[in-house]
Design a protein around this ligand. Structure first.
Ligand SMILES: [Zn+2]
Length: 265
């Protein structure tokens, strides 16, 4: 496919309007929630300006700072609640499917992290930009990590890139998935495998840089059911892990990603 559509400015504006309406479960807390998001977007812009001026990066992780933001005690507006409602909103917008692999999202928060389409490093200025946020499954988020799929020169531009700037990479907020990627999913009693085919340059690059890793892990786990169950148990317990145990799980995931990549090389 050579011709494809971008989501129209009206569709993108409607997406933002829906967020304004659904950013908090309690109506009176919606304005405060939007203000808090705007405040953090301002802090991200300040950090961007500072880096552009040649200053060293702030050691603070703004995304973590937001999560811990609880200045207005008992106000109903906290960073933790903002992130929870944001995730719920994005998930509903995506029909509860991962923004990249389109597999159904598992109903535990760590298994469906909020994804920064342009990674926070080096695109700190877009850390809280609604167009830059989506929900990915654990596998896609982990496989993508900080991979940058656009011209790195865009990292020194303050404004968010236009849809037309994503000439060779898929953007979940701007592109229509079905126009870029076709997938086949095979599920039996014991096997659950997804195979992806790119239909455009954007779709092909998404397959090459990410979806082939997801397919490889599916195939590996489908032929190792004991390993699959063990990983599921690990992931179920991840929220209660800290310190060395959490680091060990991360190392395990890295090693598993390395094995799956070798399978498809
Ligand atoms: Zn995914």
């Amino acid at each position: 496919m050579t011709h494809f559509n971008f989501k129209s400015p009206a569709e993108i504006a409607a997406f933002e309007a829906r967020y304004s309406d659904e950013c908090h479960a309690v109506k009176k807390h919606k304005p405060g929630t939007l203000r808090l998001l705007k405040e953090f977007a301002g802090r991200a812009a300040t950090e961007f300006d500072s880096r552009q001026a040649g200053n060293p990066e702030s050691p603070n992780d703004l995304w973590v700072d937001l999560y811990e933001h609880n200045k207005i005690k008992n106000s109903g507006v906290t960073g933790k609640l903002l992130r929870k409602h944001l995730r719920d909103f994005l998930e509903a917008e995506q029909d509860r499917k991962c923004c990249y692999c389109q597999r159904p999202l598992v109903n535990i928060s760590h298994a469906k992290p909020i994804e920064h389409i342009l990674p926070r490093q080096p695109f700190v200025q877009h850390s809280f930009h609604l167009w830059n946020l989506a929900v990915a499954c654990f596998d896609c988020n982990h496989a993508k990590s900080n991979d940058c799929w656009v011209d790195p020169a865009l990292a020194s531009v303050a404004a968010y890139p236009k849809p037309q700037d994503f000439v060779d990479s898929y953007h979940p907020r701007f592109h229509v998935y079905d126009e870029h990627v076709k997938f086949v999913r095979v599920q039996t009693n014991t096997v659950n495998i997804s195979l992806y085919i790119g239909r455009t340059l954007q779709g092909k690059n998404l397959c090459k840089s990410l979806l082939k890793k997801v397919s490889a892990k599916d195939i590996l786990l489908s032929s190792n059911l004991l390993l699959k169950e063990s990983i599921q148990k690990l992931h179920d317990n991840m929220p209660s892990l800290d310190g060395r145990a959490a680091i060990a799980v991360d190392e395990f995931n890295e090693a598993l990603a390395g094995i799956t990549l070798k399978l498809i090389r």
